[in-house]
Design a protein around this ligand. Structure first.
Ligand code: UGA
Length: 444
């Protein structure tokens, strides 16, 4: 495989993981970010996010000289043939995707493409269906304004959505289920596909809007599976069935598959909530009424507060009570707090007068930022502890919100008499019930 020159715009978790992995595969990568402090850290091999395995890959890439970091757009664009855009596309209040960072990247790139260039601009960021074709016209126009001849021939737009899970991003990049490359120019799609040659992935080459839709449809489908199983869990509770066994029974049917059928207190993260909302927005924009997708979000919002509902059955008045919360990140193996179920749960507990002692193995610094207002408004009533034991010491109840490994083995004898609400079905009911008042999600 011949090495290619790649610039990655944005060194967030997608950009950094993709850049480091491309460099590891032998390509020459330039990571660009407008955040100078972040770039300085990266130059020294310091990683600004918690992502297992990334340090090893990145350090190896730095040592081999295959990756460098800069804040200089001109340097990045001039010295690359492929420019991956991996900047954030957060939700706006109306649910649509905020494309301002993506647009800024297009603007900066368009200032730097010259008469004899041919740059392949690859959207790695999740952008609404239609963005790629819009970008082609938008950038061509900017080049035309600069007097560049045949502007359409100076660059091409490609959609190459990412399917990386936080916490498993390096593993997912290196062992992809599939790589999707969408472009209106097949040859250029082939050029991007060849960047992944060493991984020998299942490769799907499509047109631009189809690739963009594959990303949204995939995330929306996974989110739908979760809301579906959560709804089934709630019914299971009423009819005496066990949702974990129901899910196992369903998952044995290969058409259903056993994955993403873990009932719990809902999905969070930077992707599912944002992408489902953006897809709803797109659907409405084109005159569709996406009822199923709306329900996926509604069911999830309700599900996040299930642990509190269950707690109130045992302790109807939380004033003067202390509640331990284990797990703050939206899922294990990440410090990411975005849309984490722990946020509405802790807010509700405080609102109801409880003192909350919360613990997470890595997310506490981010949690402190998320709960900045509550830390002030509720004074000492929200505390973050250094160990899980400290959180639960004088607590009346324990809520498990994120299923970190370190929560698996617990001596429930030490929690004798307390209420334990297991928001992730982590523990065996018959064991916990020997010592505690125990409830989980969708299990008798
Ligand atoms: C998700 C997708 O899984 C990736 O394929 C995709 O690339 C990524 O979004 C993205 O668009 O960038 P991620 O958000 O990292 O990845 O997290 P997941 O592991 O998918 O979990 C999402 C949420 O669903 C978590 O809150 C998790 O606790 C919850 N979940 C997951 C369940 O409640 N039940 C399940 O069975 C599975």
């Amino acid at each position: 495989m011949s090495e290619k020159r790649i610039a990655v715009i944005g060194t967030g978790y997608v950009g950094l993981v993709s850049g480091a992995c491309f460099a590891y595969l032998g390509h020459k990568v330039i990571g660009l970010d407008i955040d100078a402090e972040k770039i300085e850290k990266l130059k020294n091999g310091e990683i600004p996010i918690y992502e297992p395995g990334l340090d090893r890959i990145l350090n190896q890439a730095i040592e081999s000289g295959n990756i460098e970091f800069t804040t200089d757009y001109a340097y990045a664009v001039k010295n690359s043939d492929f420019i991956f855009i991996a900047v954030g596309t957060p939700s706006k209040i109306d649910g649509s995707a905020d494309l301002s960072y993506v647009k800024t990247a297009y603007d900066r790139i368009a200032e730097l493409i010259d008469e004899n260039d041919f740059k392949v601009i690859v959207n790695k960021s999740t952008v609404p269906v239609g963005t790629g074709r819009w970008a082609k016209k938008y950038i061509a126009n900017l080049l035309k304004e600069r007097g560049i001849k045949n502007p359409e021939e100076r660059f091409e737009i490609v959609s190459n959505p990412e399917f990386l899970r936080e916490g498993k991003a390096v593993e997912d990049f290196m062992n992809p289920d599939r790589v999707v490359v969408g472009a209106d120019n097949r040859d250029v799609a082939g050029m991007v596909a060849s960047l992944y040659e060493k991984l020998q992935p299942a490769m799907l080459i499509t047109d631009l809007p189809t690739a963009e839709m594959i990303k949204y449809a995939s995330n929306a489908f996974l989110a739908t599976k979760i809301s579906f199983i959560n709804e089934i869990a709630n019914v299971c509770e009423k009819v005496g069935a066990d949702v974990t066994v129901v899910a196992r029974g369903m998952g044995l049917d290969h058409r259903i598959s056993p994955y993403f059928l873990n009932a719990g207190c809902g999905f969070g993260g930077s992707c599912f909530p944002k992408d489902v909302k953006a897809l709803i927005y797109t659907a409405k924009e084109v005159g569709e009424e996406p009822e199923l997708l709306n329900s996926v979000i509604d069911v999830n919002e309700r599900q996040k507060l299930k642990p509190v509902e269950k707690l109130l059955k045992h302790i109807p008045d939380l004033k003067g009570k202390t509640i331990a919360v284990w797990g703050l990140a939206f899922k294990p193996e990440t410090d990411d707090m975005r849309e984490a179920p722990s946020i509405p749960i802790i807010k509700k507990l405080l609102e109801l007068g409880a003192t909350v002692k919360a613990y997470d193995p890595v997310a506490i610094p981010n949690a402190k930022a998320v709960f900045e207002q509550e830390l002030k408004a509720y004074k000492g009533k929200l505390q973050f502890t250094e160990t899980k034991e400290e959180a639960v010491q004088d607590a009346d109840a324990l809520l498990l919100v994120t299923e970190w490994n370190e929560f698996k083995d617990v001596n429930f004898d030490k929690l004798r008499g307390k209420v334990v609400i297991d928001g992730r079905n982590l523990w065996e009911p018959s064991i916990v019930r020997q010592f505690c008042k125990y409830e989980s999600i969708g299990r008798p």
